[in-house]
Write a protein that binds this ligand. Sequence first.
Ligand code: OOG
Ligand code: MG
Length: 257
Amino acid sequence: MDLREIARHIDEHQQQGKEMDKVTLSNPSLNVEDAYQIQRMCIEEAENRGNKVIGWKMGLTSVAKQKMVGVDEPIYGRLTSEMEMDTSSLSMEGLIHPKVEPELAFILKKDLKGDHIKPRDVWMATECVLPAIEVIDSRYRNFSFTLEDVVADNASSTKFLLGDQAYSPYEKSWDQMGVTIIKNGEVQHEGVGSDVLGHPVRSVAELVNMLHKEDIGLKAGMVVLAGGFTEAVNVEEGDEVVVHYEGLCNLSMSITK
Ligand code: OOG
Ligand code: MG
């Protein structure tokens, strides 16, 4: 089993927005460590094309998300410069079957590395918190995968939108903040910050602890998406999505051709 060959295959499908079979079908002995290696190799391909890793995402940090995909543990992925949206308009070009998720982003002001990182360490290193919408688009047919498949496919990372307004970490009790995701005027799902591992800050701490196994840490200036609060919502051309962050703001996204 040549991990680099699998990485090149996935990278091609990520770039072209083309569906593929699960990589575990042809490589049944693939384990989670292999899958994270493949993820890293795919990102190396993207870096060779001029992309930069600007942050990280946690995924499957809420029960709603875990149940939706049938994988019951958190995973992480890499966020690159080309994934960051600079307008609230999402083009369907190059996408397969995108879904959107309400999230919070943490922006770091200090490096953070270690294997016993706690919420207070995260707060000491956090400059601000931003409302965010993540767009996930698994390269696997029918959005169906095992833990190893989804890790190798960079945790379905595709695009993300950050709100313009930054909030102080002290703004509110983030675990108590409700979020509502609305599509074309209809409420799709509701969640609360505590749905994300008890408190979204715990997701960032867990990310750092998980990354330590690869001897990696977070860098000042990086973005961390803490994971979807609710189930993800399918979107298609013409849809208008609004996420309401209770007591904070609304963030919108329009899906275009
Ligand atoms: C995996 C990515 C999950 C989240 O916030 O839970 C994720 C997937 O559902 O395809 O981004
Ligand atoms: Mg997500």
